[in-house]
Design a protein around this ligand. Structure first.
Ligand SMILES: NC(=O)c1ccc[n+]([C@@H]2O[C@H](COP(=O)([O-])OP(=O)(O)OC[C@H]3O[C@@H](n4cnc5c(N)ncnc54)[C@H](OP(=O)(O)O)[C@@H]3O)[C@@H](O)[C@H]2O)c1
Length: 321
C-alpha cells in the first residue's frame, strides 16, 4: 500500500510516499481503507522529534474510511462499515496510509449523511472539545466560556459545542477572515487577539464579570491572562503544544477565585469510541460542522503540515489518498 513515512525526524521535507506492507489488524482492531485522513499538530511533534517513536514512522491521528478486515475478538464492526477513528498514532503506525489499523476503542460508525472528509477532520478536534466541556468543565447554559483561537481546528468546534450546550461564548482570532468565521460558528463575541486591551474587552463581553471556563491552546502566551479573566470557581482547560513554557507571575487571581487548572490530552481518554459515538449524531444532523478548508494528496503531506503551522485559515486540513 502507499503510505507517507519518515525515516528521520526533521522538517516537512522528511515526509515521503513509499510502498509498505499492508498491516494486519490485531485481534482487537479493525483495518480501515482510508478515504481521508485528518492533519493535526500532534503528528508534527512526532515528525520533529518532540514526541519519540520508533522509526520509520507513518504519522497521523485521524482517519475515516471503510472497514476491510476485523480482528478475531472485534464486536460491533463488520467489513463494509463506514467508520471514523482517532488517536491512532499512539501505539501503532498512523493514518497517512491507504490502510490503517485501529483499536475498536478509538473507532465509531460514521453516519451516512456525514462525508468521509468531515469524518477524517473530526476525530481529534471533536473529542478534545467534548472532553473539555462535557467531562472536565461540565459546561451548562449558565456558563461563560472563552475560547482562544475560535477559528482553528479545535477552536471552531469548541465554539459550536459550547453554544450547543447553551453557554455564552467569547472567542478570539487574528484576522478579519478568521474572526468572521468564528462568529459564523456561533461565538457571541469575537475579539482580535492582538488588541492591547484584550483582558478588558473579554470582561466587557461578559458584562464585566470574569469567564467561568477558558479553553487555552497557547498556554505559553495566556496562562496568566486566563487566570486574570477567570470568574470565581472558574476552570482553565489547558491543551496545546507540549513545548510551551508557561509562567504564573501573579498567583493572586487564582487564589481569589479558587481557580482550577485542568491539563489534559484527548488520547488519554479510556474510551474514545464512546466520545465519537456522542459526536456522530451532532455531525449527522448539522448541529456540529467540522469545516474542511484545505485538501491535499499524500505527496503533499509535508506541505499540509507546514500549512497548519504557518498559515492562518479557518477549520481543518485533510489528506486524500
Ligand atoms: N491536549 C490535547 O488533547 C489536544 C488536542 C487537540 C489539539 N491540541 C493542541 O492544541 C493546539 C491547537 O490545535 P488546532 O488543531 O486547533 O490548531 P490549528 O487548527 O492550527 O489552530 C490554531 C489556532 O490558533 C490561533 N492562534 C494563532 N496565534 C494565536 C494567538 N497569538 N492567540 C490566540 N490564538 C492564536 C489561530 O487563529 P488565527 O488563524 O486567526 O491566527 C487558530 O485559530 C495545538 O498545539 C495542538 O497540539 C491538544
Amino acid at each position: 500500500m502507499r503510505a507517507v513515512r519518515f525515516h528521520e525526524t526533521g522538517g516537512p521535507e522528511v515526509l515521503a510516499v513509499e510502498d509498505v506492507p499492508r498491516p494486519e489488524p490485531r485481534a482487537d482492531e479493525v483495518l480501515i481503507e482510508t478515504r481521508a485522513a485528518g492533519v493535526n499538530p500532534t503528528e508534527i511533534y512526532s515528525r520533529t522529534g518532540d514526541r519519540q517513536h520508533p522509526l520509520p514512522r507513518i504519522p497521523g491521528a485521524d482517519v475515516a474510511g471503510v472497514v476491510t478486515d476485523v480482528g478475531d475478538v472485534v464486536d460491533g464492526f463488520d467489513v463494509g462499515d463506514r467508520v471514523f477513528a482517532t488517536a491512532l498514532q499512539n501505539d501503532r503506525q498512523g493514518s497517512y496510509a491507504e490502510y490503517v489499523p485501529a483499536r475498536t476503542d478509538r473507532v465509531a460508525h460514521l453516519p451516512d449523511p456525514v462525508s468521509f472528509e468531515t469524518g477524517a477532520a473530526a476525530g481529534v478536534v471533536t473529542t478534545t472539545a467534548w472532553l473539555a466541556f462535557v467531562e472536565h468543565a461540565r459546561v451548562t447554559a449558565n456558563t461563560t466560556c472563552l475560547v482562544h483561537g475560535g477559528s482553528g481546528g479545535v477552536g471552531h468546534v469548541a465554539v459550536q459545542l459550547a453554544k450547543e450546550m447553551g453557554a455564552t461564548v467569547v472567542s478570539t482570532a487574528g484576522s478579519p477572515e478568521t474572526r468572521t468565521f468564528a462568529r459564523e460558528c456561533g461565538a457571541d463575541g469575537v475579539l482580535d487577539y492582538s488588541r492591547p486591551d484584550l483582558e478588558a474587552s473579554v470582561r466587557d463581553s461578559v458584562d464585566g464579570d470574569g469567564v467561568d471556563v477558558v479553553l487555552d491552546h497557547r498556554v505559553g502566551d495566556y496562562l496568566q491572562f486566563d487566570l486574570d479573566v477567570l470568574a470565581a470557581g472558574g476552570t482553565v482547560l489547558v491543551i496545546g503544544n507540549p513545548q510551551d513554557e508557561c509562567h504564573i507571575s501573579d498567583l493572586w487571581p487564582a487564589i481569589r477565585t479558587d481557580a482550577t487548572i485542568q491539563v489534559f490530552a484527548m488520547s488519554n481518554a479510556p474510551d474514545l469510541s464512546a466520545v465519537l459515538d456522542e459526536v456522530a449524531p451532532l455531525l449527522a444532523d448539522g448541529r456540529l460542522d467540522v469545516h474542511v478548508e484545505r485538501r491535499y494528496d499524500f505527496e503533499e503531506a509535508g506541505e499540509a503540515q507546514r500549512a497548519i503551522v504557518e498559515d492562518s485559515f479557518p477549520g481543518k486540513a485533510i489528506l486524500v489518498p
